[in-house]
Every structure is written in structure tokens, then in C-alpha cells.
Design a protein around this ligand. Sequence first.
Ligand code: DLL
Length: 433
Amino acid sequence: MIWNKTNECMQRDEMITLQSEKLCELIDRVYFNVPYYREKMQKDGLGPDDIKNVDDLKKLPFTTKDDLRDNYPFGLFALPTSEIIRLHASSGTTGKSTVVGYTRKDLATWSEVVARTLTCAGVERNDFIQIAYGYGLFTGGLGLHYGGEKIGAVVIPVSGGNTGRQLQIMQDFNTTVLACTPSYALYLAESIDEMNIDRNKIKLKTGVFGAEPWTENMRNEIEKKLGVKAIDIYGLSEIIGPGVASECIFQNGLHVNEDHFIPEIIDPVTLEPLSEGEEGELVFTTITKEGLPLVRYRTRDLTSLNYQECECGRTLVRMKKCTGRSDDMLIIRGVNIFPSTIESILLEISETTPHYLLIIDRINNMDVLQVLVEVDQQFFLDRIGQLESLKQKIRNSLESTLGIGVDVKLVEHKTIERSEGKAKRVIDKRKLT
Ligand code: DLL
């Protein structure tokens, strides 16, 4: 069990003191070691002496994924590569990948914060953790791996994919904790049914799911189908990987490891800081990282913060389950639409499965949204008339919430490609033309 009660249950004023001290050290380091930061600060007329506490954070310029790309691959590292002992990279959907480097101390910090994440989720040393996140440049596999070892659990490094083998191992080794993306968790659940595996042979009790947005409805579905408590874990490669924030067993917001990563919420348009409870874009400053420290990094993820103490005793600020990104937002005929809204509506309709695909196209200068939804296997055997009325029901629900016309297409079970990692739910053909 890794529960650093001193830091995770600190009074707010103590946390602010700790963050302020580490922030000043960070700004010194980046100002003198990273030309990019020095130039940016000088341009704004700022020097290290202008930053004395967390309140001064707002004076500092933001860092974005483009800044990382422009300085590809190692330009923002704060130490020479002789001090770096691991690289990871995130592929991203467009352009060059972003590369992140860790020193030995960074890897120790990473193991510690992932171990906290697992402890927070109720995972203990006698658990068997099956890691079905991909290993490799993606941070999911190795991140969970070192955190699991740190708490002394039995780590099973299966990596992603190979569903038959995953399920065999799950039964043979009595896996109690499953770590993978929520979409892959659903796929595994479906496969258990399809392969007629005896449910009593599955001993799972907890799932640590993240790396992509998922809704409360999807959580319910996974909990029901896999018989687990589904815990949401959040992170991004640029900040460290998994281990940035995690739900505890009360599943009411994700505790941010803010003694390492200071979160802020800003308005994504005006870039002004927002107050507690207000929804906006999440921004992080990494105050303990050595290899690639980041100042006010814009995640593009949308959420809000809650500073109330949690039932579990942790005082670490909680971020709301994050169901969308500011750059995920689709603008269809001028209307802002988040895929998560569509997912929630679809999951409330019992005849459908949680597999869907949104296809947006521009036909005769007009945006068209088509929603492909899989119909539950049993339902598909029924009459055409019923399918027509189901289609109508889905269309009505979507149109009344979204306020635009939607073309719904019902498709057969297993028509929509399953994902072993992060799910791809949107095809925007407008960008391709
Ligand atoms: O996905 C790190 C990770 C691995 C987190 C395993 C959790 C578990 P990246 O590939 O850099 O890193 O992708 C980061 O994924 O900015 C979010 O948009 C999204 N994301 C990650 N976790 C969640 C979550 C890993 N729990 C990007 N809910 C982030 C919603 C998430 N979105």
C-alpha cells in the first residue's frame, strides 16, 4: 500500500506552502536550463524573482503540444540526455509525436504516483494485476507495471490485444485487477460471453481504466458486465503518464497528485483562470519533474476542480471525471457537439450496444452527421418494423438533445471495429478534403 498520508491528507495552507517552494525551484531550473522558457519569460518581462508562490503561476506563459512539437525531439528537456534513462512518446492524431524523457528520479516519482493511484483504487499487495495497456512508447503499460510492483502486487505484463490469451490468463492466474482502456474492458466482457466462459472462473474485482474519455453510463455497463468496481484513472505522457489523478473507492472525482502536478482550470478561449467548480481546460505545472518539466501545460481536457475533503480522508484536490477535450469538440452546422453527449444518449437505449461511430461529412456545402450504432444481437433477429421504430427513437433522442438533424444507421453486432487500445469513435471526412 502506498498512501503518503503526509502529502495526500495535507491541510490546504500546508499544500500551498509546499507547492510554492517547489514552484520557485522549478522556475529557477527551467529559466537557466531551457532556452525556450527563458526566451518566453523574457519576452513577457519576467525573471525567476517574479515567481514567489502559487499565486504567481498565472503570470507565466502557457506551454502547448505545438511547443513540444516545435522543439522535437529533446528541445524542452531541462537536463542533458546523459541524465535521461527512459524515453516515451505519444503518437497523437496529427503531426509529429511528442517525446518525453525521464531521469532516474522521475521514474521513481512515476512509480510512486502510480502506486498511489492503485492504492486509491483499493488494490493491495495480494492482488494479481493483469496489465492489458500497451507496452512500448505508450506510457500505459510500463507506467502501471512499475506502480504495481511498487505496491508489491503480482504484475502480469500481458500488454494489449490477443483477447483469447487475455481471457485464458485471467482464468488461469486468478487475475483480480484488470488495467486497460474502458473500451477494451467492454470488448473483453463481450468476449467472455461469446466464448461461453464460466463466469465463476473470472475473479476480477477491480478495473483501473483510463487513457480515453468514458461516461458514467459506460462505467455502469462495464461494472455490470465484468463484475468489477470500475475506477477511472487519468494521466498524460507529457505530465508523466498514468498517475496524474485517480478516483478512490468512492468514485466521486479523481484525486490529483498535486504535490507533484499543480492543476489549474482556464477558460480555453480567454485563457483566464476559472474558480473552483467552473468547467474549463485543465492546465498542469510539474513541480518535481527533472527531465521534462512543464510550466502551465495546456492539456485540452475539460473538467472542473473540487477542493472539498473526500470521504476517503484525502485532501488532494479532485478533478471531475473528464469526458471531453476542447479539441474533441465537433462543430457541426455551427453547433458544438461532444462525442460524450452522444455516447450518453446511446447508452440509455437498452436495445443498442455501447459501440458506435460518428461520421461527419460535408455534402453540397452542408455538414451531415451520421451515427452508426450496433444493435444488441438478440434484437437484430426481430422484425424490420421494430428496427424502424428503434431507429426513430434514437434519432428523436439525439435530435432533441443536439438540436441538429442526425442520420442514424443501425448496424449488426460486431460491425464496428473493436479497439485494443484507445477507441476511435469519430471520422471527420470534412478535414480530409
Ligand atoms: O493515455 C496515459 C494513461 C495511460 C492514462 C493509462 C491512464 C491510463 P496519452 O497517450 O499521452 O497518455 O494520452 C493523454 O488521454 O490528455 C486525455 O485526453 C486522455 N485521457 C487519459 N486518461 C483519461 C481519462 C495516457 N481517465 C490523453 N479520462 C489525455 C478521459 C483521458 N480522458
